[in-house]
Write a protein that binds this ligand. Structure first.
Ligand SMILES: [Mg+2]
Length: 167
């Protein structure tokens, strides 16, 4: 129905609770990760240890790249450095340009790539456009805990209303 706005998986948990085995079994070789909300609350500078641990483990199995719409190179770079991974800031999701640029280095099929984010109209939409496995997680609060977020709920309502017309 609304194929562009439906995540392939909405586990109802924060990113750090996604079992690595599920991604491995699906044959996922690269992960694009949203930053604000997904890995860290938007105003925070310190990443919760559970998120650092999750990324550290994921790095054993997948190439990981941060893809953020945040214009602050300084913020996204410091988070990427803390996690030891590459990044793109000002990515302008749902535009696929920034991610396509990175794909040139990867030599992977879309089915081997997942995107994890907390927003339907940016993260899920761009991932679906590119044929990735799209995962909608709960955003994290100031303490790194997953929360029900009004904006995400609003997006879900809008996605239902809009249906499949967004391309
Ligand atoms: Mg986000």
């Amino acid at each position: 129905m609304n194929k562009w706005l439906n995540p392939d998986w909405e586990p109802g948990i924060g990113v750090q609770s996604i079992p690595h085995q599920i991604l491995i079994k699906k044959g996922i070789k690269a992960l694009f990760l949203d930053v604000d909300g997904t890995l860290i609350q938007g105003r925070r500078v310190i990443i919760h240890q559970s998120v650092i641990d999750w990324v550290t483990e994921a790095k054993k199995y997948q190439f990981i790249h941060l893809v953020s719409n945040n214009p602050s190179k300084k913020r996204i770079e410091s988070i990427a450095n803390r996690l030891g991974i590459t990044y793109t800031n000002s990515a302008a999701k749902p535009s696929s340009k920034a991610i396509k640029n990175k794909l040139k280095d990867l030599n992977l099929k879309p089915s081997q790539i997942a995107i994890i984010g907390d927003r339907i109209f940016t993260d899920v939409l761009v991932g679906n456009r590119l044929g990735f496995y799209t995962i909608l997680v709960k955003p994290l609060d100031l303490n790194g805990q997953p929360v029900n977020n009004l904006l995400q709920q609003l997006e879900k309502c809008l996605a239902k209303i809009i249906g499949g017309s967004v391309k």
